[in-house]
Design a protein around this ligand. Structure first.
Ligand code: GLN
Length: 463
């Protein structure tokens, strides 16, 4: 086990440390609100006392099932639901000894880039509480960045692990599609999403990945993990159009390229011709799948039921009208629209073709370079509300992250610099099952340029 996890081991079984942790969490939570539900005891029963990670706390995004904890998905629709079972990625960690201490806030059903779309709570960035922690795994990113847990689980459908990791100055891994089981994830866009890891060190990211990865008989799309085994000499960096990134992010991106050169990699500028089509294709597919996946929440089998309804139709109508937030409704409507008979060729089929073209682009690219470095988001953490970026601009800004989901490739956020008081990350990408390439580069970068910490980050009490 790595040094960081060694330090955390047994914290929850040591009375003194546990109460210090409790106090530390309380102090931070008043400022950041990263957890929707927190309980330092409840999860103990399901964790293996003799596992290597015994007594180590972790957080779980509230769209991933943990037995005995709520599963709200940040939605009024599921506000009272308690999960009767645990996701495979969660039970694997519990088997290894780690203990869930709570469920973290998110944009409703994972739809957003700020966590402001949560119907239940606001989450603030530990670096500046007037700003968002990013999204949709904003709660998981914030609690890890503040040091409340050594790692947390999130989900990444179009960037929801990597973007908040960048906004909060930590590592965020989106594994290869199929490398980690989706059993127990509340589906938003099934062909794009995967569980992911948010952590403060590369070693912890890797150790957690080793535990959660691999085939699961409960998820037919999961695959047995065979590391692809390649090494990294050449790294491509994506050519960025003038003005596409704000000044801070551009400066940070340039310095990351320089740093990788200092680590003795060969860097070459590359282009992805399909990049301009990524956002429309992503949102067409994501919304189409969302409209189907969210059809199950109708107030009958699941979810919020209205106070009164005259008949089943009215019940469903009221339940969906009152239970879903505006962003979710917008996406269900658009998803239904693109799937309407007669329109499929124009939208859905076309997007699938773009998806194939994107995959081909990457296939070609990875014959020339061993890894790829690119920006994550055009800005650092923005202010709450829509004064910096409105909801449309936030979607356009998903360009750099959602491309990995369309292709199914692994990608890792590494913290790169602090600009005007805010952390900015950069992402590395690799071929399918090339997670080791990402870790290899990240370890070297981390050694030379350790991740910065926010003010009030203080793990003195641990040692
Ligand atoms: N911002 C993207 C969206 O809203 C990504 C969400 C995600 O990865 N869950 O769809």
């Amino acid at each position: 086990m790595n040094k960081e996890l060694e330090l955390w081991k047994g914290v929850l079984s040591d009375g003194t440390k546990k109460s210090k942790l409790e106090k530390y969490i309380k102090g931070w939570e008043e400022k950041i609100g990263s957890f929707l539900e927190i309980d330092l005891n409840r999860g103990a029963y399901d964790s293996n006392e003799s596992g290597a990670l015994a007594g180590i706390p972790f957080g779980v995004k509230d769209n991933i099932a943990v037995k005995g904890f709520k599963l709200t998905c940040g939605s009024k629709m599921l506000q009272t639901l308690v999960s009767p079972y645990s996701a495979t990625v969660v039970s694997r960690l519990q088997q290894a000894g780690a203990q869930v201490i709570g469920k973290t806030n998110l944009d409703e059903f994972g739809m957003g880039s700020s966590t402001d779309n949560s119907a239940l709570q606001q989450t603030n960035n530990p670096w500046d509480t007037e700003r968002v922690a990013g999204g949709s795994s904003g709660g998981s990113a914030a609690c890890v960045a503040a040091g409340l847990v050594p790692f947390a689980l999130g989900t990444d459908t179009g960037g929801s692990v990597r973007q908040p990791a960048s906004f909060c100055g930590i590592y965020g891994l989106k594994p290869t599609y199929g490398a980690a089981s989706r059993y127990g994830l509340t589906a938003y866009a099934s062909s794009l999403e995967t569980p992911g890891i948010l952590a403060r060190t590369v070693a912890t990211t890797k150790d957690v990945f080793d535990i959660i990865k691999g085939e699961d008989e409960r998820d037919q799309s999961s695959l047995s993990y065979e590391a692809e085994g390649g090494q990294v000499k050449t790294i491509g960096y994506l050519k960025i159009e003038e003005g596409a990134l704000n000044a801070d992010v551009e400066a940070s991106y340039k310095s990351s390229i320089k740093r990788l050169e200092d680590l003795e990699y060969t860097l070459v500028e590359v282009e992805l011709p399909t990049m301009d089509y990524v956002v429309p294709a992503y949102y067409t597919i994501a919304m189409a799948e969302a409209s189907a996946n969210l059809a199950r929440f109708n107030g009958i089998r699941y979810g919020y039921a209205p106070f009164m309804a005259e008949n089943p139709n009215e019940l469903m109508k009221k339940s969906r009208h009152e239970g879903f937030g505006d962003e979710v409704k917008l996406r269900i409507l658009l998803g239904t629209y693109v799937l309407r008979s007669g329109f499929q060729d124009q939208f859905y089929v076309r997007s699938q073709k773009i998806r194939t073209a994107i995959r081909n682009d990457f296939e070609k690219l990875f014959t020339k370079v061993d890894s790829l470095v690119m920006p994550i988001f055009p800005t650092a953490a923005f202010h709450h509300g829509s004064s910096d970026l409105d909801s449309f601009q936030q979607k356009v800004a998903d360009k750099y992250t959602c491309v990995a989901n369309l292709a199914g490739l692994p990608a890792l956020t590494i913290p790169s610099s602090v600009e005007n008081g805010l952390p900015v990350g950069v992402q590395l990408m690799a071929p399918y099952f090339g997670e080791d390439r990402l870790f290899e580069i990240a370890v070297k970068a981390e050694e030379k340029y350790p991740a910065p910490q926010p003010e009030d980050f203080d793990l003195e009490w641990l040692s």
